[in-house]
Design a protein around this ligand. Structure first.
Ligand SMILES: NC(=O)c1ccc[n+]([C@@H]2O[C@H](COP(=O)([O-])OP(=O)(O)OC[C@H]3O[C@@H](n4cnc5c(N)ncnc54)[C@H](O)[C@@H]3O)[C@@H](O)[C@H]2O)c1
Length: 462
């Protein structure tokens, strides 16, 4: 290899080859100790100077043969889907408890799940006494004699719900993203490690990681089908999400909850809530290496009205990796503009285009000739596969735990948002140790956090 060879320029130094797990350990192990002890991290703890030793391998638990009782926390669109998928994944499961902050959502979800499972009606066994409403409903579901909990409420609440579930010894399916701020990410890392010690399942809903075509294509990249990767660009260009105009009987809190996508404290903003799927795939294409820093441009060009809260409608992130490699992510939620949800990966010997929705899984040489295309099965629903694999792993006594990876991909999106909001370049370490805590002091139907739109150059990094 000559010094002009693009590989020489882009090959990262040894530090870049550290596994994601080792770097997460280095950055987070000191910061999460209080969380392991059951306290919320203040975010002011120092960084560890070296990776923590790898934890001792956990012996497999005994296979699980009895019935598994499922509790659902967050009974909206994804919760309804996840409940049905969990029931279909394993014949010896029952849905026995449900919790939500909004009673109409819980009732609609119970009706929808019951309809889907009409031919096995006994497997939806949620009497009035096990339907819980309120901000404490998660704990009441966990305490209702369940074995597995499905965490499908808003991202803001995931760290607290996950910590309570793992403390109580429950297996967990947790939707993405797993947090909206760095204290939440650190809490999730602590919970993931505790779940590992307790041999509990924890599957994070980065569903494309469970998709057959995606798995085959990213496997090709990992095997070097386009040579060393030089750059990645992932896109999530789409239209706006629903707006729910205010009703007179709603408190500020209920108004924000019903328009949650548009409030950063609840959703993390759309780069964290939605585009995180594409940021997760950006990371996957790079072998889940950790970037050094991110610069991100963003703003709010076409949002208006109180239902649109404080979130931006576009972000363009530049992640910088050791050795000079740059990876790009662009996302937009604006109506009447072209959509794109693709991953474009360029390597020394070729390029790869991926779009799971179309679908496109194509590898070409630099002359444009197709050299590989996914031709395997495309009939499995990735959302179902997630649950099939989670329940099979619990049954086998070797539960899946991808919680740390889920936390890491979530932090990538959060750090890009931090960079856009402040106008500053943010390092991985800064992001991991950020003290910005978006959780309000008290949670109740009444007053809610004010929605102040961040202004780059003026909004401070905390
Ligand atoms: N993997 C995917 O492709 C995918 C797709 C859609 C949504 N999601 C994720 O799933 C989650 C839920 O999204 P959704 O589209 O189902 O939203 P949704 O609004 O339809 O449902 C969320 C439900 O959670 C309830 N909830 C909110 N806070 C709660 C709390 N503290 N305790 C109990 N219940 C609470 C809400 O009232 C609502 O019923 C989000 O994190 C979202 O990003 C993932």
């Amino acid at each position: 290899m000559t010094s002009r060879d693009p590989i020489a320029k882009s090959t990262p130094p040894a530090a870049a080859n550290l596994s994601r797990r080792a770097l997460l350990s280095a950055a987070a192990s000191a910061a999460i100790l209080p969380a392991l002890a059951g306290c919320r991290s203040t975010g002011t703890e120092p960084l560890a100077s070296a990776p923590a030793p790898a934890p001792a391998p956990i012996p497999p638990a005994a296979p699980v043969t009895g019935p598994l009782r499922i509790g659902l926390i967050g009974c909206g669109g994804r919760g309804t889907g996840a409940a049905v998928q969990a029931l279909r994944a394993d014949k010896n499961t029952r849905l026995v408890a449900m919790g939500d902050v909004l009673p109409d959502r819980l009732n609609a979800c119970l009706n929808a799940v019951s309809k889907e499972m009409a031919e096995e009606a006994a497997r939806v066994d949620v009497p009035e006494s096990r339907r819980f409403v309120g901000f404490d409903s998660y704990q009441r579901v966990i305490d209702a004699g369940v074995d597995v909990v499905l965490l499908t409420s808003y991202p803001q609440f995931r760290p607290a719900h996950l910590a309570a579930a793992v403390a109580a010894g429950k297996h967990v399916f947790a939707e993405k993203p797993v947090a909206v701020d760095a204290p939440g990410v650190r809490s999730v890392i602590a919970s993931a490690r505790l779940a590992q010690q307790k041999n509990l399942g924890l599957l994070v809903g980065f569903c494309w990681r469970y998709h057959d075509g995606m798995r085959a294509t990213f496997d090709q990249l990992a095997k070097g089908a386009i040579g060393p990767v030089l750059s990645v660009h992932t896109t999530y260009h789409t239209s706006t999400l629903a707006r729910r105009p205010r009703k007179p009987e709603w408190s500020d809190m209920e108004f924000q909850l019903r328009n949650w996508w548009h409030f950063t404290w609840l959703s993390g903003d759309h780069i964290v809530e939605q585009a995180v799927h594409s940021i997760d795939r950006l990371s996957w294409a790079l072998g889940d290496r950790i970037p050094e820093r991110v610069t991100c441009l963003g703003g709010r060009a076409a949002r208006s009205g109180p239902e649109h809260g404080d979130v931006y409608d576009n972000f363009s992130a530049i992640f910088e990796y050791p050795g000079g490699l740059r990876a790009f992510h662009t996302t937009r939620q604006i109506d009447s503009c072209p959509s794109d949800n693709s991953d474009y990966v360029v390597g020394v010997n070729g390029r790869c285009e991926i779009n799971g929705w179309k679908p496109v899984y194509a590898i070409r040489d630099h002359a444009g000739k197709k050299v590989w295309n996914y031709t395997g099965r495309d009939d499995r629903d990735m959302y179902q596969t997630e649950h099939d694999e989670l329940f099979a792993s619990i049954r086998a006594g070797r539960p899946i735990n991808d919680g740390e990876r889920g936390a890491s991909s979530t932090l990538l999106a959060i750090m890009a948002r931090m960079a856009a909001y402040t106008g500053q370049t943010i390092t991985w370490e800064q992001a991991m140790n950020s003290q910005q805590n978006l959780t309000p002091e008290s949670l109740a139907m009444g007053p809610a956090p004010s929605a102040e739109i961040a202004i780059p150059g003026r909004t401070k990094f905390i």
